[in-house]
Design a protein around this ligand. Structure first.
Ligand SMILES: [Zn+2]
Length: 247
């Protein structure tokens, strides 16, 4: 029976490794999601900047068009000055042209201001675009690294899993059945240590008689509180264990 406890000790260590591997494997997609969310936030910022720029550029084109129209208007009005028959008509037309010219000056000013604004935004947008591209490249590289790490962990998990099957096959059929049953209901931590009359899995006290039985390693017992299989620390120590592979 003592040999069975050594095997349970090996299984415990293997399960602990498998548990850690599983946790790491499950953590990676979460990290990738965080990276993607960060990048998506940056993309939104960039898109907003780009939309503002496009809008300002559109306003500039409109202002340029208005200015051109006004200039054409003035040219035509000046062309018609000579057609005036009386001085009054001439003066009225000239006055109107002066008014158009004042409007034209305002439009010119608006175009210039708008142009400066657009140029400023253009360089700002270019910087933001480069920054975003760099960030996207970093994120993609990190995602690739995560995926490589995940595949490595999955391979390790599979290797340890098949080793574990080999170890289970060394248990007696009853012990193997018990182990599988307990494994299924304890979220992957089926075996735990009993120390100082306590189960280290759930930290509950166990009866002295039960504790002595566990120390004696004659019968396989389960913790009355959490249902896990109890072993002693000495059962877990096995320096020549072939399953003792580093993560
Ligand atoms: Zn317990």
């Amino acid at each position: 029976m003592k040999a069975q406890f050594r095997i349970l000790g090996k299984l415990k260590r293997l399960d602990e490794k498998l548990y850690r591997l599983k946790t790491e494997i499950e953590r990676i997609p979460e990290e990738v999601k965080k990276l993607e969310a960060k990048l998506s936030g940056r993309k939104d910022d960039y898109d907003l900047l780009k939309a503002n720029f496009d809008n300002n550029e559109k306003l500039l084109r409109k202002a340029e068009l208005d200015l051109k129209e006004k200039e054409d208007f003035i040219r035509k009005a000046e062309g018609k000055l000579m057609e005036c028959k009386t001085n009054e008509e001439y003066q009225a037309a000239q006055k109107e042209i002066d008014g158009f010219k004042a409007e034209k000056d305002k439009l010119e000013e608006a175009v210039l201001t708008s142009m400066n604004g657009v140029e400023g935004h253009r360089s700002q947008l270019k910087t933001a675009e480069e920054k975003f591209k760099n960030e996207a490249a970093v994120v993609n590289r990190e995602k690739k690294e995560y995926e490589e790490a995940r595949l490595k962990l999955v391979r390790s998990f599979e290797e340890q899993g098949s080793q574990k099957e080999g170890v289970i096959s060394q248990l007696s059929p009853d012990a193997a059945t018990l182990y599988r049953k307990v494994f299924g209901i304890t979220n992957g931590i089926a075996i735990c240590l009993a120390e100082n009359s306590s189960c280290l899995g759930c930290n509950m006290k166990i009866r002295p008689q039960l504790f002595n039985d566990v120390l004696g390693e004659k019968v396989i017992h389960r913790c009355p509180s959490c249902g896990r299989i109890l072993i002693t620390a000495s059962a877990e120590i096995d320096e020549n264990s072939p399953t003792d592979i580093q993560l």
